[in-house]
Design a protein around this ligand. Structure first.
Ligand code: PLP
Length: 381
């Protein structure tokens, strides 16, 4: 059976060029970047070259890119160090952040008594920036704002520049979980005054186990993992040179092909909306997902019937999608985003499904998906 992968917001297949690069590093560049001999210096050179290239893409200084093991680590580090080392007393966030942000915030509430203010999304899934401004003006406490750039479930995109400016004007630090947008959107942090951001290589055809935190130089953030002086004293531990090389190659390929890839994926998403509408009468799209205002890689569908087994049924037909985000899809509980966006009636009588695309998807993948959904909707399974 020809298997079709439409769960690219969970993870993406590795690019062949990334695999080649990583194999090359594993075979020929195995030194420890902290060693002073030539083997170590060869690894160090590759590490710093990769850091420079990533920094150039984001228009920041190389010293502001701190390699981590994943997006989860980057987000944990930023939120927890902001509280521990920068004296943050209050966090303004949303109830639809990724679990790694939500749990880091809760941890700081429990252990450090940080006040947490949640900005509820509106009926379209957007965080309203007037509410952010209101919340910022309502207290003199030292505040960190943590709002994701694009939601991993419904694809709604925050106006990062506007949000960052509001935070600056009101003296707050601003962290954005940019895991779903780095290498998918052209981010220029010389223009967007965000203080902290995060990245995960496996969301754009790089390896799992490699990511980075963007930490604005003047911020004063400190290490949460301590030990050696690696990563400018901000993240101890011998660097995952091969993973970082893969991250760098994946970023290079994504940025070089950004226009082509995004144009192709937008076309695929538009086609998917059209074909799913034909296949399943009365289908809806969650948040702004069905419009071109949402992130082009994500389509959140609301099927007008209850079918908790649909992920499994689609999988048996060779189509991999997600019944929520990867982190919550194994759980019987509906996600927070769905609980906030759907009516009680919709919660009881419909089924959310997340379809997410990469440049490798084709219209014929969508035909197979639409046909499978039609059969399931008509009870022919
Ligand atoms: N933030 C968002 C928005 C994500 O979608 C994910 C992954 O699903 C993460 C953070 C976590 O990234 P990682 O898998 O690298 O830990």
């Amino acid at each position: 059976m020809n298997k079709i992968y439409l769960d690219n917001a969970a993870t993406t297949p590795l690019s062949p060029e990334v695999i080649d690069e990583m194999i090359d590093v594993m075979k020929f560049n195995y030194g420890n970047p902290s060693s002073t001999h030539s083997f170590g210096q060869q690894a160090k050179t590759l590490l710093e070259k990769t850091r420079r290239e990533i920094a150039d893409d984001l228009k920041v200084s190389p010293a502001e890119i701190i390699f981590t093991s994943c997006g989860t680590e980057a987000n944990n580090m930023i939120i927890k160090s902001a509280v521990e080392h920068l004296g943050i007393e209050r966090i303004i966030t949303s109830p639809i952040e990724h679990k790694c942000v939500a749990e880091s915030v809760l941890d700081m509430k429990k252990r450090r008594n940080v006040e947490v203010v949640y900005l509820r999304p509106n009926s379209e899934g957007d965080i309203e920036l007037e509410k952010l401004e209101e919340a910022l003006k309502s207290s003199d406490k030292k505040t960190l704002v943590s709002l994701m750039h694009a939601n991993n479930e419904i694809g709604n995109v925050l106006d990062l520049e506007k949000a960052a400016k509001i935070c600056k004007e009101n003296g707050a630090l601003f962290h954005s979980d940019t895991v779903q947008t780095v290498a998918h959107l052209d981010l220029d942090f010389s223009k967007i005054p965000v203080d902290f951001a995060s990245c995960s290589a496996h969301k754009f055809h790089g390896p799992k186990g490699a990511g980075f935190a963007f930490i604005r130089k003047s911020s004063g953030l400190k290490a949460m993992i301590v030990g050696g002086p690696q990563e400018r004293n901000l993240r101890a531990g011998t660097e995952n040179v091969c993973g970082i090389a893969g991250l760098g190659k994946a970023m290079e390929l994504s940025m070089r092909n950004l226009e082509n890839y995004s144009a192709h994926i937008k076309e695929i998403k538009k086609y998917a909306v059209q074909e799913i509408k034909k296949a399943v009468p009365n289908v809806k799209f969650n948040g702004k997902s069905g419009t071109d205002e949402s992130l082009y890689t994500i389509l959140s569908v609301l099927l007008p019937f209850k079918n908790p087994l649909i992920g499994l049924q689609l999988d048996m037909k060779g189509v991999a999608v997600s019944q929520g985000s990867a982190c919550s899809s194994g759980s019987p509980q509906p996600s927070m985003a769905m609980m906030l966006l759907l009516s009680e009636n919709e919660m009881e009588n419909s089924t959310p499904l997340r379809i997410s695309f990469s440049h490798l998807n084709t219209k014929s993948d969508i035909d197979v998906l639409a046909n499978a959904l039609k059969e399931i909707a008509e009870g022919k399974v």
